[in-house]
Ligand binder design. Sequence first.
Ligand code: PLP
Length: 263
Amino acid sequence: MTLDLSRLRAETPGVANRIHLNNAGAALMPDPVIAAIKDHIDLEAAIGGYEAKDQEAARIEGVYDSIARLIGASREEIALVENATVGWDLVFYAFDFEPGDRILTARAEYAANYIAYLQVAKRTGAVIEAIPDDGDGVLDPAALEAMIDDRVKLISITWIPTNGGLVNPAAEVGRIARARGVPYLLDACQAVGQMPVDVDALGCDFLSATGRKFLRGPRGTGFLYVRRAALAGLEPPMIDHFGATWTGPESYTLRDDARRFET
Ligand SMILES: Cc1ncc(COP(=O)(O)O)c(C=O)c1O
């Protein structure tokens, strides 16, 4: 895709005052994004929050379609969450790890994810193992293949780590995960919006991404992709009466789409 740089610059007010290179942190927002946020706040101030949500329901629902289109998924496989971290955590903590279960990750893993591995390892006795790299930091798929046995409960890697420009072979990892029947969680925060993303080509079961980087949205936005086939039997670690229906004094039923991970 060819980008129209002058148009992009013209609709990005921040470029008038500074050279901002921290897009891997949070990109400068363009006018359409800024207007959508401000207009919605104004609408809430004018008519109330619930009423504004009802009035804008079609546009809000449209976000599920546009994200699904962006990553080659269906809208039932998308949950909108507070940020990428929340989406990632909700899936990771949904796994029922037991002593000796192996979590395979990349050597260049996002620090927040690694801290969650450490907590789960401490609580459950699961073990964390880093997949060797090729010497330049890139995950080595052959080394991953050799590590897999029936104690591997999850492969969880970051596609493009936060610092340094490394790109891990996410689709190669997906091919191995699928062939060996191991669930695969992919942190795609630095990839979505920066490079083409197709969840089928990637072979991931779960993918988390943020709004604030290469999608140029606001901070405090993110989404989670959950492959339809991976949803069955996966219970979010926290639920409410949005993700589930209270069906009787002692019972509830989870939503049958990825929005069971929303509150
Ligand atoms: C690889 C990676 N994962 C997750 C995040 C966190 O994103 P969010 O603030 O939306 O939770 C970042 C942000 O720096 C990131 O680089």
